[in-house]
Design a protein around this ligand. Structure first.
Ligand code: ZN
Length: 163
């Protein structure tokens, strides 16, 4: 499987983008568990073995606080770090718009010019690696699952449950 983070060759991620992704991977933001999460969800990407546990502290319709823990490849964990940084302090509606914009970027390969998406745009090149799109999307899928009341999100269709 091609690794978009490896240098050399063609069609690989820009050096600057690579640095942003590795920075989030090495120093994940919002990584301390919340004391009183209002909802949480778990996400899994069985293809790559990525897992994410997400805790959200909602105040009315605002994501007051958010934290994640997880294991897996650098793209999945960096994407989770970027996602939490983006949605923290935003409304649920804004977070859902972010998830939409992200999915669109993964589908079209184009950035969506969303305010606050600067770091997230570094994942744009991942759209060229279909297998890794699931790694990058996992955090956003898990967020949507948490906002729907919790449960387990999977990147594989048909494996999503609401237990
Ligand atoms: Zn992965």
């Amino acid at each position: 499987m091609n690794d978009p983070l490896k240098t050399g060759g063609s069609g690989l991620l820009d050096e600057l983008y690579r640095e942003i992704i590795l920075d989030h991977y090495r120093r994940p933001r919002n990584h301390d568990p919340l004391k009183t999460p209002t909802c949480s969800a778990d996400g899994a990407n069985p293809l790559c073995g990525d897992t994410i546990h997400l805790e959200v502290g909602l105040d009315d319709h605002t994501i007051e606080d958010i934290a994640f823990a997880g294991a897996g490849c650098s793209i999945s964990q960096a994407s989770a770090s970027m996602m939490t940084e983006y949605v923290k302090g935003r409304t649920v509606e804004e977070a859902r718009k972010g998830a939409e914009a992200f999915q669109q970027m993964m589908t079209t390969g184009e950035t969506q010019d969303l305010e606050g998406f600067d770091d997230i745009d570094a994942l744009q090149g991942v759209s060229k690696f279909p297998a890794r799109v699931k790694c990058a999307s996992l955090a956003w899928k898990t967020l949507e699952q948490a906002l729907e009341g919790g449960g387990v999100a999977s990147t594989e269709e048909g494996e999503t449950s609401h237990d």
